[in-house]
Design a protein around this ligand. Structure first.
Ligand code: B16
Ligand code: MG
Length: 215
């Protein structure tokens, strides 16, 4: 199925989510949030972590706080602390940390003359793509700094399509998060979901894992 999408001349722009599609930093997010949560005696486990997929740092903290109201300055300090733990873990990323199937897909797209961009909620996007050594595949990079409204707002995908100068209807978005797929659909993109039916079953095309993208 992926080959027919690559060969589809109406799909000129390919917009990739980062965490969960290009690399798996979710495990580092989990470890960093867990450390913060333990320090603050807040409940945190893998199930709560699953709800943080694709959403912003602030929205993630709000979920972990579970209704607890704190001054903005305290929240800012917590987000910074979590990010410092996370950035320390990100130093483990290398060119081998790209998920299976992604490099063959990026190479095929490049050889076909398609354009690719990243659309990630992460403010660490540049650091991550440089550590993965994949920047040369992309004609655009949209990150957590590019737009005001985070996913599930469609803004980041529209921004990435704008960087590629390709209309939304001629782009496809690859996402692992429910919020990401919903945002892309709202803007009129075609979508490829990576993951289980319960999470990304609303995408146009679905693959259980990135492995299947390289076939
Ligand atoms: P940061 P994506 C998202 O990346 C993650 O999935 C999400 O868990 C994280 O909270 C968000 O980036 C912000 O990340 O704290 O590094 O700015 O899936 O949109 O590539
Ligand atoms: Mg993601």
């Amino acid at each position: 199925m992926i080959d027919s999408l690559i060969n589809d001349e109406t799909i000129k722009g390919w917009i990739f989510d980062l965490d969960g599609v290009i690399t798996d930093t979710a495990v580092y997010h989990y470890q960093a949030w867990k450390k913060l949560a333990d320090e603050e005696s807040l409940a945190f486990n893998e199930t709560i972590n699953e709800n943080l997929r694709g959403i912003s740092r602030r929205a993630s903290l709000e979920i972990i706080l579970a209704g607890k109201i704190l001054p903005d300055s305290v929240m800012e300090e917590m987000m910074e602390r979590k990010n410092s733990y996370y950035c320390e873990l990100l130093k483990n990323l290398t060119s081998h940390s790209v998920l299976p199937g992604i490099l063959p897909l990026l190479e095929k797209l490049q050889s076909k003359g398609r354009y690719s961009a990243i659309a990630s909620a992460s403010r660490n996007t540049d650091f991550i793509i440089d550590h993965l050594q994949i920047r040369h595949y992309f004609n655009g990079v949209a990150s957590g700094y590019s737009v005001k409204r985070p996913k599930p707002a469609p803004d980041i995908f529209v921004h990435a399509a704008g960087q590629l100068k390709i209309p939304v209807k001629n782009c496809i978005v690859i996402e692992d998060a429910e919020a990401g797929v919903s945002g892309a659909i709202e803007a009129g993109f075609r979508t490829i979901g990576i993951g289980p039916e319960e999470r990304v079953g609303h995408s146009n095309y679905r693959f259980s894992s990135t492995n299947e993208l390289g076939l």
